[in-house]
Design a protein. Structure first.
Length: 464
């Protein structure tokens, strides 16, 4: 398929973080763009403000006239979350429109650039967003498709200067999407069991990541977290570097120091030691993400000064260890973590920053299958909190599984203070309790409560 021949692009599931970035890209490229999503959000409102036609009912009569009976020159992109019974999906398929999944569309775009793909079961959004920001400090600039809203860009899409031939993409392992990419440079931050509704077992997850590494262009580069070198056993035609957040590797930090939750360190690299690096985002786990992003940026030619300036001025990603409120009595952070290992890392970072303060966590489990598959691991990670509040499971694309609910997790958790709460009751519950450090966790729609939580905390502390 030649993308330059496409005149119109229609999206089914346009409000997703990955889909909306594609919609923005095609809109910026001068295509006619429209789409459907099930629920209005801040992101869909932004798309509408950018001139994209978005509707929220599954109704073929709402498909804009520009797209009706025009299969030639029209591309339909859909998310795997769209059910097969979706009326618009069936209609467009029967009318012989060209339909492809989001991952295929991203792969077609990436083929037109020198691409760096950041993969991993967790850490990829923060790492890819920071890398895109670092590369924006180079003369070549870059474009980027990100899995979150990078605060420095205020977007999940980065469009560099015209002619920018580099692309940063977040390589999603769900549904083996990342196998549509053929990067020149790849980063793998972690390989753990997840998405077992797709993969069934950890062995198949590992096989998918091995297949991803096989997709790297001959002569390309792979950067892997220390301990994942097994990924490279079949590739002798690429250059491999390792990185670590706390130990010997090709790229690693030494003399790590912390002040008010912000970290500084000296960065050891094959190019020498970069001294007095300061990181502009909170959290010990983000030091590791910064090492990975720095390694890729250095391989692609960033200067010492530009690297230092970029790391210090990076302000993070929405919902990734996102400091939402800091008052006299309470600190509130919001995070997208929805896998036990990510939750463990986030709580560990909080413990390191606030060792003597009570930590209250509000967690919304994401998917019945993930909750079932990792129930013991979730309970172990969440038990590191001082107080646990669980919201009901966010089902996303799944139907309920008998016996799998938040009460099940609650019984397994060893936290003394624990309860299940309805989303509509959460703000009132928090209002009537004192919190020292509060964190909300989850990949569902818990983010819709964060604004109300901030407002409540401001009123409690008399902050305007």
């Amino acid at each position: 398929m030649i993308l330059s021949d496409i005149e119109r692009v229609y999206f089914l599931g346009i409000g997703g973080i990955g889909m909306s970035a594609l919609a923005r890209y095609f809109n910026r490229m001068g295509k006619i763009v429209a789409g459907y999503d099930s629920t209005p959000t801040n992101l869909t409102s932004e798309l509408i403000r950018e001139g994209i036609n978005v509707h929220f009912e599954d109704d073929i009569n709402l498909i804009p006239k520009d797209f009706m009976d025009k299969p030639n020159g029209t591309l339909v992109i859909y998310t795997p979350a769209i059910p097969e019974a979706h009326r618009e999906l069936k209609f467009l398929s029967e009318k012989k429109y060209k339909l492809i999944k989001r991952a295929k569309a991203l792969g077609l775009i990436a083929d037109e650039y020198a691409t760096v793909a950041v993969a991993g079961t967790h850490g990829k959004t923060s790492t890819s967003s920071l890398l895109a920001y670092l590369l924006s400090h180079t003369p070549q600039k870059c474009n980027a498709f990100l899995g979150g809203i990078a605060k420095n860009f205020n977007s999940n899409l980065v469009m560099g200067d015209k002619g920018a031939g580099r692309l940063v993409v977040e390589a999603d392992e769900y549904d083996r999407s990342f196998l549509n990419l053929t990067p020149q440079l790849a980063v793998v931050t972690s390989v753990e069991a997840d998405h077992l509704d797709i993969y069934e077992n950890y062995g198949r997850v590992k096989e998918a990541f091995e297949a991803f590494v096989e997709k790297i262009s001959p002569g390309g580069v792979l950067i892997v977290k220390k301990g994942l070198e097994w990924l490279t056993s079949k590739r002798e035609d690429i250059t491999v570097y390792s990185y670590s957040g706390d130990g010997d590797a090709d790229f690693y930090p030494v003399e790590v120091d912390k002040e008010n939750g912000f970290y500084s360190f000296n960065l050891v690299t094959p190019y020498g030691i970069f001294e007095k690096i300061e990181l502009g985002i909170l959290g010990r786990h983000n030091v590791e993400n910064a090492i990975a992003a720095s390694a890729a940026a250095l391989i692609w030619g960033i200067t010492r000064d530009a690297l230092s300036d970029g790391l210090k001025s990076f302000t993070g990603v929405a919902r990734r260890f996102d400091l939402r409120f800091k008052g006299k009595n309470t600190v509130y952070i919001d995070d997208y973590a929805h896998h036990p290992t990510a939750i463990k890392a986030v709580i560990g970072s909080l413990r390191e920053i606030y060792p003597d303060r009570k930590i209250t966590g509000v967690f919304q489990p994401h998917l019945y299958s993930r909750t079932r598959d990792f129930a013991n691991e979730f309970s172990e990670s969440l038990s590191r909190l001082d107080e646990l509040i669980l919201l009901p499971i966010y089902p996303a694309r799944e139907l309920p599984i008998e016996g799998v609910d938040s009460e099940m997790l609650l019984r397994k958790a060893t936290v003394k203070e624990k309860q299940v709460c309805k989303p509509e009751d959460l703000v009132e519950l928090l209002k009537n309790r004192e919190q020292e450090v509060l964190i909300t966790l989850g990949a569902g729609n818990i983010d819709r409560l964060t604004g109300d939580i901030v407002g409540m905390l401001k009123r409690k502390e008399g902050v305007k």
